[in-house]
Design a protein around this ligand. Sequence first.
Ligand SMILES: [Mg+2]
Length: 255
Amino acid sequence: MPALASWPKPRYTGRIMPALPTAILFDLDDTIIQAYAKPEEAWWRLLERFRGELPDDADRFARMHRAILEEGRTFWSDPVKAARWRLDLAGARRLVVRRALARLQLADDVLADRIGDAFTELRRQEYKLFPDAHDTLDRLRAAGIKLALVTNGAALTQRAKVVRFDLEHRFEHIQIEGEFGKGKPDPEVYIHVLGRLGVPPQACWMIGDNVEWEVVMPQRLGMRGIWYDPHGMGLPADSTVRPDRILTRLGELLE
Ligand SMILES: [Mg+2]
């Protein structure tokens, strides 16, 4: 028997869970592929490319970076607006940069739109699969588990990711907000997926990086909600959300 200290740390955070369920639903962005994490670092890198056209002293450059992040947070904090604009991320980014430049008395919509579009392109170029994503999906499918992909966002953008990362044949059902007409956390999104898979919520896990969309609502509907925390950030200390399980790698599902 191994010494106590060498036992693996328990991963289960809530109720007792079976080893694997009948069906698993996966989020796409920042769950299967790295897409939108670390905006501070990505915006800084992008703005560096525009240094020649932006205020050149370090302090004003840093203020511009901060203004974009703050305007972005404000922009996305309104759930009604967010639901509309996540179907047009490029347009949203243009608006955010326009507002940030205006706030710094540097209003220039043409420049703002070029910066916004460059950021959209930077993100697109840098999408990449989490290293164990394909292997985990293939092994789950080989074990007879029904898999669905449930993603918010525009039809064209999300469909392009599905094709680029060779995901189509790995799922029994793929549901994209822009195609289906409703997005997470609308319960109808989940009810429709369960219907397509032919499984009751109790036999199903949802895995994703957004606690409200992919843990809270699935749990309310009787599913297990698993939070994917690839950067090991942990839940905020004041969070009342209790994921059924927390993963830092998808492959942990099969360990
Ligand atoms: Mg996500």
